[in-house]
Design a protein around this ligand. Structure first.
Ligand code: UDP
Length: 493
């Protein structure tokens, strides 16, 4: 026993305070612990309670997971007390301050590592926490990056960085990303933050990120090989075999009570939600949700609402617009919207139990902002998607869904709406465009039928990938073995 314990790997996991990072990181923690790794997760009190409670059962069953809590210096960074996650912020203008607050935990974490003997076997962190690279170097601990992206996106970023092809084109002129397995065309205004930062000057920071990424021991990918084999192979080559596709991570939660806890306290009762879904025919419902941090303007949300209404189909709409939620709520109540659609729609005002909803057979289509977690959750559930990318790498994800996998229909968004600039952008997608895309996904024709079939097949493959013997399960074993090999080589030297 003592010998076994002394060989147990210890991962120190450090996420960044945004649900899109935190949620899959928590899933990853559970999977690592199920593979026999001891995991310590650096967190903050509110986030530990909010995101971490889903692990209570796993911890009670004996998995070796613990939380190391630090208080964020709210006052110092001008953040309201208790706002530890991006979606808690009163406005997106504070996003950078929250980011700096999360970046200020270096000293506390290093003091913790200093007292540990033996040192952690590995630091697994978001690449946005640049200091974790310094800390890993200082203590000679291998660092694994996890930002929850897919290989397709990683390859887009890779070829953009190395070819600099975007530098010689105009904002809305489309160009081909060189050297990818498919002919992928984008415009400069659809690129991710590092290449399209809007008014912010992030050149120095983006470069540091790329260096830090290239120095990392490896990268964990929330995807499965069969989904994007050619891109997974290409990225493996770039990372010299140190990229591990271990997803879909959301599939590590099997029962409804766990799914409903994922990411936040649900704004709807689980049984009420399941009862509503049970009362609808298979594949008949459209589920519309725009992730955790998008702050779409009320005028734009109204266009979406009117399209859902005119679809004449049952739908679930997750209504959230950050600090403007009240305004859209007022429109829903005062314009009689809810009254008109109440017999065939469910409005969730706040946080939806997304994975629970998507995995119900009544769902026939998912209108998504193409955040990768959401997109992969849709893939795992085997549903075709209506794609409305907004920011970060979401336009790449749309290309993957619509062009490469052919399981999505685009609403035709043309450019990134930078976080905090929603008001300035105004209405960018009209009701008619939403309506058409929804119809294409939900109708009975051959094209839609084929799309549905492809989505179902991918859903089946996703579920097989994480089972014992599946590609993601094997990749997780390989990741752990790579760290074990690294630890033993170090001990010999
Ligand atoms: N999510 C959820 N309920 C909501 C909104 C979001 O469960 O009402 C979850 C969703 O399942 C996903 C994550 O929050 O796991 C959002 O991550 P994603 O990458 O899709 O988008 P982001 O929020 O980072 O833009």
């Amino acid at each position: 026993m003592a010998l076994e314990e002394s060989h147990q790997l210890h991962f120190l996991v450090i996420p960044i305070g945004s649900p899109g990072h935190y949620i899959p990181t928590i899933d990853l923690v559970k999977l690592l612990a199920q593979h026999g790794v001891r995991v310590t997760m650096v967190t903050t009190p509110v986030n530990a309670l909010r995101f971490g409670s889903i692990l209570d059962q796993a911890i009670q069953s004996g998995l070796s997971i613990s939380f190391l809590e630090f208080q964020l210096p709210f006052m110092k960074f001008g953040i309201p007390e208790g706002c530890e996650s991006m979606d808690d912020l009163p406005n997106m203008g504070l996003a950078l301050d929250l980011f700096h607050a999360h970046n200020s935990l270096q000293q506390e974490v290093e003091q913790y590592i200093e007292k540990l003997n033996p040192r952690p076997s590995c630091i697994l962190s978001s690449s946005f926490l640049l200091w974790t690279a310094e800390t890993a170097k200082k203590f000679q601990i291998p660092r694994i990056m996890f930002d929850g992206m897919n290989c397709f996106t990683q390859m887009c970023n890779h070829v953009l960085h190395h070819s600099k092809v975007y530098e010689s084109v105009g904002e809305s002129e489309s160009f081909v990303l060189p050297g990818l397995p498919d002919r992928i065309e984008l415009t400069r205004s659809q690129l991710s933050f590092a290449f399209n930062p809007g008014p912010r000057n992030v050149k120095g920071y983006s470069e540091k990120l790329l260096v830090s990424e290239s120095e990392a021991f490896g990268v964990v990918i929330n995807s499965f090989q069969e989904l994007e084999q050619e891109y997974a192979d290409a990225y493996q080559k770039v990372k010299r075999d140190k990229a591990w596709c271990v997803g879909p991570l959301s599939l590590c939660h099997k029962d409804a009570s766990e799914k409903v806890q994922r990411g936040n306290w649900s704004s709807i009762n689980k049984d009420e939600c399941i009862k509503w879904l049970d009362s609808h025919e298979n594949s008949s419902v459209i589920y519309a949700c725009l992730g955790s941090i998008s702050r779409v303007e009320p005028a734009q949300l109204i266009e979406l609402a009117l399209a859902l209404e005119s679809s004449k189909r049952p739908f679930i709409w997750v209504v959230r617009a950050g600090h403007k939620t009240e305004k859209i709520g007022k429109w829903i109540d005062e314009e009689g919207f809810e009254e008109r659609i109440k017999d065939r729609a469910l409005l969730i005002r706040g946080w939806a139990p997304q994975v629970l909803v998507l995995s119900h057979p009544a769902i026939g289509g998912f209108l998504t902002h193409c955040g990768w977690n959401s997109a992969l959750e849709g893939i795992s559930a085997g549903v075709p998607m209506v794609t409305w990318p907004q920011f970060q790498e979401q336009f790449y994800n749309e290309k993957l869904l619509v062009q490469v996998l052919q399981i999505g229909v685009s609403v035709g968004a043309q450019k990134v709406v930078h976080l905090g600039e929603e008001e300035k952008s105004g209405v960018v997608v009209k009701s008619e465009a939403f309506r058409k895309a929804i119809e294409m996904v939900m109708e009975d024709g051959k094209e839609s039928e084929d799309r549905r079939k492809r989505a179902k097949e991918l859903g089946k493959m996703a579920n097989e990938a994480i089972e014992e013997g599946g590609s993601s399960h094997l990749n997780m074993t390989r990741l752990i073995q790579d760290i074990r090999n690294h630890s033993s080589t170090k001990n010999f030297n």
